[in-house]
Ligand binder design. Structure first.
Ligand code: DQQ
Length: 468
């Protein structure tokens, strides 16, 4: 395998936006989470990584591991591109443990030699490791090449095991220009049979011209296809990011390779969420981690030699026809001390008054009344950086991030429960037990203050924790 040229890697020059408890690079660019798994006593997370600049470039696989899903240790780069089957990049993929060995299945990206970045082809490859640190690319590569009815978009394998077979779902664009998810089957991870598409867009503008980063898993007796479609045009308050994250719920018939599924829904309603991937913990919880950005987001941290981070791990649940995300229970281990615990009537405004709000967790439960309008705000140097407004009468939740256009969600019920994780340059907001999430970045050059307010007196409970 090629090696990273350590003399050319970019270094972090300013700590001002560095995250405290989110996975980010030691310096350089990060995008999708890859290869989420549990192997020999560690959780492993890999990520799309460009170590030589804070911009996207030839993709490597960066690597961290953790004993507890909360504290992460950087490891050497796992995959370096430039070998014959990944000349232009080691693109996204996934991991599986077989016979005590950790396997990575990833996309080899290749450019045609004409200088046009849109002129490429892709295949799928295998690498393995016995210690979970050092990886060898398989001599069998490539293990999958694109079928005849596919365009150049053919990437992001997600692998799992069921009923004596390995299964794999791939992001694809059919030659008719529509995004789809292709199912493959294998007995040995090397030879794969194409089972055909299990789901496909009907119209590119409303369902996507390419489905990136597909994932397929079962939660609460329901099969979920999760994917990141490109090219869906905004409709009212939906699909406002440059690319979306959607899911469809149903039942997969493995023998016939047919997926009987319902409509597709957007997963997270925030500005900064893309390309998530899931895995199963040893105690069988389905955990999701996403990229907390997207390609067109402003990222002021680039000036400091790094770019992008991953979301916190989130537990998935499927209830009442909806995929819910809640913070992984392990995140309680980040709590250092309780800094607020109040039962009160929220009359106009409450200001959190502990010191380091930039590394904290807040839980706010408000009993709503007809026509109540409640607001949570993060500001710095007198300037609002994030503002969330919940309007009981319309059922609208709106979030404003700086000068960007707002994002929206709907809510119902008599309570508004906000669960927030604030890190140096991000806020993840879990609403009403995971019915809605907003994933957001912010950039403050002065300490921040957070407030919650209402247009009328509302019974409210507030808890906050300093996070280490
Ligand atoms: N990012 C990877 C691709 C994937 C895209 C390249 C999604 O494999 O489709 O960095 O962000």
């Amino acid at each position: 395998m090629q090696k990273v040229d350590e003399s050319k890697t970019i270094k972090v020059t300013n700590q001002r936006y560095r995250q405290q408890f989110h996975i980010s690079t030691p310096g350089g660019w990060l995008n999708d989470p890859n290869g989420l798994c549990y192997f020999k006593g560690y959780y492993h997370v890999f990520y799309q990584f460009h170590p030589y600049s804070a911009e996207w470039g030839p993709m490597h696989w960066g690597h961290v591991r953790s004993r507890d899903l909360v504290h992460w240790e950087q490891l050497p780069v796992a995959l370096v591109p430039g070998d014959p089957e990944d000349t232009g990049g080691c693109f996204s993929g996934s991991a599986i443990v077989k016979d005590g060995r950790l396997y990575l299945i990833y996309t080899g990206h290749h450019y045609f030699d004409d200088g046009d970045q849109d002129h490429f082809w892709e295949n799928q490859n295998l690498a393995y490791s016995d210690d979970g640190i050092h990886f060898t690319k398989s001599k069998h590569n490539p293990i999958i090449t694109a079928p005849a009815d596919n365009t150049q978009h053919f990437r992001d394998p997600k692998v799992w095991q069921k009923d004596g077979y390995y299964w794999l779902i791939l992001g694809s664009q059919a030659t008719d220009g529509l995004g789809r998810a292709l199912l493959y089957r294998s007995t040995n991870l090397i030879l794969w049979e194409n089972q055909g598409p299990i789901a496909k867009a009907k119209v590119a503008d409303s369902e996507g011209f390419m489905w990136e980063c597909p994932d397929f898993f079962r939660v609460n007796d329901t099969d979920i296809l999760l994917y990141s479609p490109m090219g869906i045009k905004a409709v009212a308050h939906n699909f406002l990011n440059v690319s979306s994250v959607c899911y469809q719920a149903g039942q997969l018939n493995y023998e016939q390779a047919t997926f009987d599924h319902g409509p597709f829904w957007e997963l997270d309603r925030g500005h900064n969420f893309y390309a998530p991937q899931t895995f199963l913990t040893p105690d069988k919880r389905r955990i999701l981690i996403g990229w907390m950005s997207s390609f067109d987001d402003p990222m002021p941290e680039k000036a400091d030699g790094w770019a992008g981070c991953l979301t916190l791990p989130r537990e998935l649940h499927y209830q009442k026809g909806q995929l819910l995300m809640t913070p992984a229970r392990e995140l309680k281990n980040l709590r250092e001390s309780q800094v607020a615990n109040e039962v009160m009537t929220l009359a106009s405004s409450y200001t959190f008054n502990y010191d380091d709000q930039q590394h904290s967790e807040q839980l706010i439960t408000i009993d709503l009344a007809p026509a109540s309008i409640t607001k949570w705000q993060l500001e710095s140097a007198g300037k609002p950086l994030l503002t969330l407004v919940a309007d009981q009468a319309s059922g609208d939740i709106t979030i404003q991030q700086g000068d960007l256009t707002p994002r929206y969600a709907k809510f119902t019920g008599h309570q508004l429960k906000l669960h927030l994780f604030i890190d140096t340059s991000s806020v993840e907001i879990f609403i009403n037990d995971g019915e809605t999430t907003f994933t957001e970045r912010y950039y403050a050059d002065q300490p921040i203050q957070t407030t919650v307010s209402a247009n009328q007196a509302l019974p409210t409970q507030i808890e906050a924790y300093q996070l280490a």
